[in-house]
Ligand binder design. Sequence first.
Ligand code: ATP
Ligand code: RIB
Length: 310
Amino acid sequence: MKPSHILVIGSLNMDLVVTAPRTPDEGETIMGSRFQRFFGGKGANQAVSGARLGGSVTMLGRLGADVFGNEQLQSLKDEGIDVRYITQDHHQPSGVASIILEEYGKNRIIVVPGANGAISRQDIDVAERAMKRADVVVLQLEIPLDTVAHAVKKAAQMGKRVILNPAPAQMLDSSLFHCISVITPNESEAKLLTGIDVHDKASARKAAKELLNRGVGQVIITLGSGGVYGCSQRGEFHIHAHRVKPVDTVAAGDAFSGGLAVALGEGRALLAAAKLANAAAAIAVTRPGAQPSMPTRGEVEAYLRNEENA
Ligand code: ATP
Ligand code: RIB
């Protein structure tokens, strides 16, 4: 199968993760059990997911000209990702995400965007060649919204398939929806976008219909351990999540988006693409960290074969 060419436009962060029995109350200090540092950021996570699953990935983003930035750039190169559109900013530090991971799997994240916040329309225009070459253009909302809107419109004008993972949750301008081929909100993002409280298949269907009515081509709502709801004007489906013991669910949605992009770029239908993405995300939640948790294509295929034979 021909590899899919994917352009990921988005954030890169250094994830600073403390594991603790619980989140402290206001004014309280508690003892944690572990500190770890992982490469993260929704954009970079989705780029790594796509590359490990067999996509030919180019990433556009911005790092600081600092130690975190240098390490992340090298790591993405090592993953085989084309980094020529990742610049290093001499005025802003690399983005960081401060993550509290509770021992029972829940997490809380604060992102300080740093250089991610300086990605501009001009950076998008400079990468026109990469956009032209791409089968799929993938974006999230951890870089300036104005830049995302510019890129989404430009890619749509070129006739590209645009996947928008609308995370972290933000309102979108109504002019953007008809430029989006596939939108992939989780439950809370779907609620913010549509006003519908999404908590199960029925409410996901309602929210998805609303997004289709606004002009989006296809909708995938990820429901955590509740699996995935997908629909287009042609039909709908629900896939159960795989039964796994979650260790760290940070970047589950990113593993999913990377998998979806690769499979759609290979020409698979939405349901088949969602199945591959669902398996990739299930494996990712069994492993610690954002980028280190992303599985390879071989791992996902072996996992699906085992599940079939079980
Ligand atoms: P995150 O913000 O943590 O990256 P998210 O909130 O964007 O994730 P979720 O809806 O929580 O996304 O999860 C994305 C996908 O990951 C799910 O649709 C499912 O395929 C998989 N997944 C998440 N949690 C689990 C779980 N506990 N067991 C199996 N699969 C899971
Ligand atoms: O989606 C997970 C990511 O969100 C983390 O890697 C963290 O950097 C935040 O951006």
